[in-house]
Design a binder for this molecule. Structure first.
Ligand code: Q9C
Ligand code: ZN
Length: 336
């Protein structure tokens, strides 16, 4: 299977994040990408598709903010990573913000998503990796892997969050629809609910969104991913949430996976875009499922068994020393 990435993705390297009231080393480190690349034996450099496919998902003003944010942070006399502290949850609307602190809060859903000097370039090229892998599918490959980092599924049309800035899966899914490769279904198997992806397609019946994740009653992102969220308007019934309890192992996981795949096939999808997080792994430091390395192969084989082409987009996974093997196990499950 072809793998796509770009060296600029290594340039996103915030020092720390806020975790349970303390500053701790940033979990979504560049080492993640290096580990995966080392185990997979390298990959191909992503091709530049420009801003248009990103603007098909995101507010151009949000993208302009992201691009300038760290420079504005430095210009305000700050050091280190840019991060906000105030969030306009009441009657949120677009004002002419001047202070970088106001902007950081207005375009974010949390304080878990620091912006460093290389963040814009990394996020831009992460999305380009997804688009480049999509090109391989369009050219006839049954499967392709986008080694995206930073990840994307918590980012909405006009906000960052959960280590995510540009929603790579949403960018690829929109582009795939526009290329006539649809109907497109997104299968999100990251440990955390893909709230940004869900939000982007919530009222869009053209893209089906199914997510298997830790119950938001106990886990981030808390406010979304509950089973009663099923889409609205023309997207009514095209969102499927399957929350599972902490401690879930393969025995508890497989039924939800089968249910999601049945729904995707039954809906008439012709392409599956997978938000693949390896943070469902038993030793993940910030998550609480109990999947083993071999379970990622099983997961992939079931997706493969639908007979649909699959574009695999990297999301989370923070047990860095095992990450390469977990990704390789997943990708290997498609080579049958
Ligand atoms: N440490 C992905 O897996 N953590 N994002 C909240 C507490 C955020 C995970 C702060 C976890 C985001 C793509
Ligand atoms: Zn995750």
């Amino acid at each position: 299977m072809r793998l796509f990435y770009h060296p600029a993705q290594m340039g996103h390297a915030p020092e720390r994040e806020l975790h349970n009231g303390d500053w701790v080393p940033f979990a979504e480190s560049p080492d993640r990408l290096a580990q995966i690349l080392a185990v997979c034996g390298g990959g191909e450099e992503a091709r530049d598709h420009g801003m248009a496919p990103l603007e098909a998902v995101h507010d151009p003003d949000y993208l302009a903010f992201l691009r300038a944010a760290h420079d504005e942070w430095l210009a305000a006399g700050r050091q280190g990573d840019a991060i906000g502290y105030g969030f306009p949850i009441v009657r949120r609307r677009k004002l002419q913000f001047e202070r970088i602190d106001a902007k950081l809060g207005a375009w974010s859903m949390d304080a878990a998503t620091p912006i460093a000097a290389g963040t814009w370039d990394a996020a831009y090229w992460s999305a380009q990796a997804a688009l480049s892998a999509l090109d391989a599918i369009a050219a006839g490959d049954r499967h392709a892997f986008a080694l995206c980092r930073p990840p994307g599924h918590h980012a909405g049309a006009d906000y960052m969050g959960g280590y995510c800035f540009i929603n790579n899966v949403a960018v690829a899914a929109r582009a795939a629809s526009a290329m006539g490769l649809g109907p497109v279904a997104i299968l999100d198997v990251d440990y955390h609910h893909g709230n940004g992806t869900q939000d982007i397609f919530y009222e869009d019946g053209e893209v089906f969104f199914a997510s298997i994740h830790a119950d938001p009653v106990t886990d981030y992102p808390f406010y979304w991913g509950h089973a009663d969220e099923q889409g609205e308007g023309s997207g009514e019934g095209t969102t499927l949430n399957l929350p599972l309890p902490r401690g879930t192992d393969w025995h508890g996981y497989q039924g939800a996976l089968d249910q999601a795949l049945e729904a995707i096939v039954g809906w008439g999808a012709r392409l599956i875009v997978v938000s693949f997080g390896a943070d469902t792994f038993e030793d993940d430091p910030i998550s609480s499922f109990a999947l083993q390395t071999k379970d990622f192969s099983r997961m992939a084989r079931r997706i493969h068994a639908t007979g649909l082409p699959a574009l695999i987009v990297m999301e989370g996974g923070y047990a860095v020393s095992a990450l390469g093997n977990n990704v390789a196990a997943f990708l290997g499950g498609f080579d049958v």
